[in-house]
Design a protein around this ligand. Structure first.
Ligand code: ADP
Ligand code: MG
Length: 816
């Protein structure tokens, strides 16, 4: 008797008896089958048996997804197969299948292979992978057998449309199964090539392979061959041009007649070779993959088993299963990402206690009552969220999103004031010095309504709010050394309550006396790494990150899942729609005369120069040239200013100041103007080469106007927009809402570019698309659930998941 056959037969018989309900084994038949097949396949050497074995799909079973009738038929054929295997075994006593029986036990064999050849072994343990082949795979980032299993095809060719020769039609990808009548080497286009005539019961067709004479020999007369590819018409007859081919005798089709994988290649790797190898690796190793998701979760989320998902991602049975396989693998990525991020958040929140602030209602009321406007409902809600966080001794870690002009700065100022009222210092950081200065003047402007300020340039003092005067400082690189030292001293002895500056504030050895709250503006330039640096400054301050880049909520939670999220989703009353128009090159003149008319009406305009990626120097030069051209030829009678990244902060500041005060009519600028600049009298934004900017960036530019009461306009010029460029321009013309735009941007740009996961230090997403909002939400809610029931993933059913998490986030412990 064959020990390996018997357990399977028993189980299948039991399954039959129980009415094909997939209830014969715990965990489902598929899992059992895979394991059984994985342990058995190596021992089958008889080609016919092996062929039947493959046709039964024992290695990648989908029993669970079948109807009762399909199950019944399939079990019958497996039982037939087992009987046949056994019969051969006893007859000849020699097939390897029976040899399994003569070993002490298959379990022992299984264990020894696992020890010496685990899926984490280098790929050279795979039969057929030499060290030179391994080097080529290494170049693609594939080092271990596991990497190979996760080395997914870029896409699949759909060769599943099998036709008879008479049904062939021109142009489509199709497959035929035919008999080789004749194959020979011929000269085609001056090169030795192969030409074959093949036929089925409906007719004959010619196939040619250019520049490939070697094939002729393999296509021996009367062999059954499968051809997949496009058919063209030559002298009014159909011909296959360089189709994929394979002989039907192979155990399972891998190049033709199905969804055929196209793998990423590198020099020295050929498509057919990689496909063949991958098929073998999948057949022989996938069963060793441990499915780390708890079964109960898989069931709830209707996910495929992991080994099945891997198999089906490479050699899918059909599009539907392929999709489900991708969903499963994408879910894994998102779940692990979420768990990692949540873990970090907990780590740093629990490692050191933060400082709990009391809500100083009187101080806040005085401040809010002094404002010339009332907070919008959204601002009030967000402020409440912030105050609730600040009361906790667990440090706040919150992302505040709000459209340009939604009034984030006021809310942040209220939070900074709360810190000061509690005797702590606050830092307010901007991405550039211009913006730092602007924040300084905005914050001072807001505070000065309580008490007129005593005007010292970089350090201002406001009595009337706290029992002592409130001191606000601007610290940027551009002030003289003596002043800087004075400021440093005031910061370190606690004389300053609120410090506004660039990121240099936390990076360049500024010593704080009692840093209690950090506000970071424009988060997309301030990544995970900087956030961590901040927390290591010792005080474990509350952190508020602000962004005007609207990130869809789920995406924000996924990539910035270590932050809680607040959204100001409402603009102050009276904001107008900015009329946006994409202009054809011929309309340039009318754009200029429109600007002229606006300026005549005492309005101001921005003109944004093209984005030049090569270097800031070249970009600055181009901007200077454009500025000169516009000043001389186009607007000789107006006052123009220039702003670019190579100017010193003093120069930039001076230009900004002149523009803000109305002395300049038109500001010509490189894209540096993108973020945060607030000049309410500016009503026109003209963007050159607008097709080269992303949607979010265009939206940012547009947000520079429409900040006052006047109707504002955004004009977009593009010389030769690409297809994507056109699409973007179309979208920005139509859509005003930043969140809607962000969704569109995501669709256009895909996950990698939107927020560069690599940049932000998060693990790569290969299968997951950030546009899979439903899946993102599912993964997040499952991660939270897991975290609630078993935060350390210590329960036995979570053991594998914990192991996987450590594999994906090796630095998990030290990340915070
Ligand atoms: P953000 O930083 O979100 O782009 P700001 O905080 O700079 O927006 O606010 C934009 C403008 O709107 C500022 O001039 C500010 O004074 C004003 N503002 C803020 N909140 C309100 C409000 N509730 N009502 C009216 N104007 C407001
Ligand atoms: Mg702002």
């Amino acid at each position: 008797m064959l020990t390996n056959v018997e357990p399977l037969r028993k189980i299948l018989e039991l399954e039959r008896k129980k009415g094909y309900l997939d209830s014969a084994v715990i965990g489902g038949l598929d899992r059992f089958l895979r394991r059984w097949a994985g342990q058995t396949i190596e021992s089958i050497t008889n080609p016919q048996l092996l062929n039947r074995f493959h046709k039964l799909h024992l290695l990648n079973p989908v029993y669970a997804s079948w109807t009762k009738q399909q199950r019944e038929q399939w079990i019958d054929s497996v039982l037939d197969f087992l009987a046949e295997a056994e019969r051969r075994g006893t007859e000849k006593g020699k097939t390897k299948l029976s040899a399994v029986a003569s070993r002490p036990s298959s379990k022992v064999r299984g264990q020894t292979t696992v020890v010496s050849k685990s899926i984490d072994s280098p790929i050279t343990v795979v039969r057929g992978i030499s060290s030179s082949l391994a080097t080529k795979f290494n170049r693609l980032g594939v080092k271990t057998v596991r990497d190979l299993l996760y080395f997914f095809p870029r896409r699949h060719l759909d060769y599943s449309q099998v036709k008879s020769i008479s049904q062939l039609s021109e142009g489509e990808e199709q497959t035929i199964i035919a008999n080789v009548w004749q194959a020979q080497v011929t000269m085609l286009g001056g090169r030795r090539s192969t030409e074959a005539i093949v036929g089925d019961e409906t007719g004959n067709v010619r196939a040619v392979w250019f520049n490939n004479p070697y094939l002729a020999k393999q296509l021996a007369t009367n062999k059954q061959v499968v051809l997949s590819g496009r058919v063209s018409l030559f002298k009014e007859r159909h011909v296959f041009e360089s189709p994929e081919w394979e002989l039907l005798e192979a155990t399972e089709l891998i190049h033709t007649g199905r969804l055929v994988p196209l793998y990423p290649l590198t020099q020295g790797l050929r498509p057919r070779q990689v496909r063949k190898l991958m098929k073998e690796v999948i057949d022989q190793w996938t069963w060793q993959i441990e499915d780390f998701l708890p079964p109960e979760l898989k069931e709830r989320c209707n996910l495929l088993e992991l080994p099945q998902a891997i198999t089906q991602s490479h050699y899918p049975e059909d599009e539907a299963v392929k999709d489900r396989a991708r969903v499963r693998l994408a879910f894994d990525e998102l779940l692990l990402l979420q768990l990692g991020v949540l873990n970090k958040k907990r780590d740093w929140q629990e490692s050191q206690p933060g400082n709990s602030f009391g809500t100083e209602t009187a101080v806040l009321d005085t401040f809010l009552k002094s404002l010339p406007f009332e907070l919008t409902a959204a601002q009030q809600r967000v402020l409440r969220e912030l105050l609730a966080d600040l009361q906790q001794s667990r440090p706040m870690s919150r992302l505040l999103q709000g459209e340009v002009g939604s009034g984030k700065t006021v809310v942040a100022t209220a939070a900074l004031l709360t810190a000061a009222a509690n005797g702590y210092q606050g830092a307010f950081m901007a991405p550039t010095e211009i913006l730092a200065e602007q924040h300084f003047s905005t914050v001072c402007g807001l505070l000065s309504r309580v008490s007129p300020q005593e005007d010292r340039d970089y350090l201002r003092s406001y009595p009337g709010l706290l029992p002592r005067p409130l001191n606000v400082a601007l610290l940027i690189g551009d002030i003289n050394q003596a002043r800087k030292q004075e400021l440093h001293r005031c910061i370190s002895d606690g004389g300053v309550d609120i410090v506004i500056g660039t990121h240099a504030l936390i990076q360049k050895g500024v010593e704080f006396h009692r840093l209690g709250l950090v506000v970071i503006d424009e988060q997309h330039r301030f990544g995970v790494v900087q956030r961590s640096a901040l927390r290591q400054k010792g005080f474990n301050p509350h952190v508020l990150v602000m962004t005007a880049t609207p990130i869809p909520r789920t995406l924000a939670l996924t990539l910035y899942g270590d932050l809680d999220l607040s959204v100001i989703d409402q603009l102050p009353p009276g904001r107008q729609v900015i009329r946006t128009k994409w202009l054809k090159p011929a309309q340039r003149e009318s754009a200029y005369s429109f600007i002229r008319r606006q300026v005549a009406d005492s309005r101001q305009a921005f003109i944004i120069c093209p984005l030049i990626e090569e270097s800031e120097v070249i970009e600055a030069k181009a901007a200077v040239a454009e500025y000169e051209h516009l000043s001389r030829e186009v607007f000789p009678d107006m006052h123009l200013g220039l702003l670019h990244g190579r100017m010193s902060a003093v120069e930039k500041n001076e230009v900004m100041h002149r523009f803000r005060s109305g002395e300049l009519d038109i500001l010509v600028s490189t894209p540096v103007v993108e973020v945060g600049i607030d000049v309410p009298n500016a009503t026109v934004m003209l963007v050159e080469s607008a097709d080269r900017f992303g949607l979010s960036q265009l939206h940012q530019f547009r947000g520079r106007v429409g900040r006052g009461q006047e109707q504002s306009y955004c004009m977009l010029l593009a010389e030769h927009p690409s297809e994507v460029g056109r699409e973007r321009l179309d979208i920005i013309e139509k859509i005003q809402d930043g969140f809607e735009l962000a969704e569109e941007d995501l669709k256009l740009r895909g996950p990698g570019e939107f927020f560069g996961t690599r940049q932000s230090g998060l693990p790569d997403l290969r299968m997951a698309k950030l546009s899979d909002v439903g899946l993102l939400e599912l993964a997040r809610s499952e991660a939270i659930r897991l975290f609630e029931i078993d935060p350390g993933l210590e329960k036995p059913e979570h053991r594998l998941l914990a192991k996987e998490l450590v594999r994906v986030w090796p630095e998990a412990g030290e990340w915070s």
